[in-house]
Ligand binder design. Sequence first.
Ligand SMILES: O=C(CO)[C@@H](O)[C@@H](O)COP(=O)(O)O
Length: 247
Amino acid sequence: MSGHASVEERVDQVRADVAGLHAELVRYGLVAWTAGNVSGRVPGTEFFVIKPSGVAYEDLTAGNMILCTLDGTPVPGTSGAELASSSDTAAHAYVYRHMPDVGGVVHTHSTYATAWAARGEPVPCVLTAMADEFGGEIPVGPFAVIGDDSIGRGIVSTLTGHRSRAVLMRNHGPFTVGRDARDAVKAAVMLEDVARTVHLSRQLGEPVPLDPGHIDALFHRYQNVYGQPAAAPSASAAEAPTTSRSA
Ligand SMILES: O=C(CO)[C@@H](O)[C@@H](O)COP(=O)(O)O
């Protein structure tokens, strides 16, 4: 999104992104019925966008996404404000207030990650894919009852200073964060993948932990080298080749 976009344009873009990303939760098998939610911070503003509570994913649109202030209050008179916002609005809002670098938050009850959460056991870092994406184990956050700042407080206290973008809230399920909503959805997808693999590995024996030095090297490579170079800010697809990188 151009740095010169108006607030209204930024809001509209995040509404469209967040609405569309809920389909990715379904596509990757991370949710049953409506048991998951995505939100995105509107860059350069005190707002974020989150889905309405309990609405079928196929019925989600940019127009029924809910624009909220960072205390989790829907902005009166804006599109979707007449709907009840996600059950986890307070948790997402708390994360945005206390983790300024976070631009997106996702919550699911994806099967294998939630099975680890039910045991209150961190997923050990035994795969290069975990080192790449999470820089180590997937930590467990405290049990917290939904509806106030408790879950958000548990997410922030667990992830602050931690390389992981995913936390397993005990007896509940995963929350993930990212630089934007798409990055947070990616973390949720990759979390479920590694949670399943490590679970299966443990059925056959004891997985072998990775060396911390190797974890650091893998995380640095993946976060800074992996993928295609990002398009130069002024370049268009038809113009000069790209120069910098993005994940
Ligand atoms: O986990 C819970 C409820 O315990 C919620 O996050 C989940 O059901 C999704 O609720 P919303 O549809 O976002 O209100």
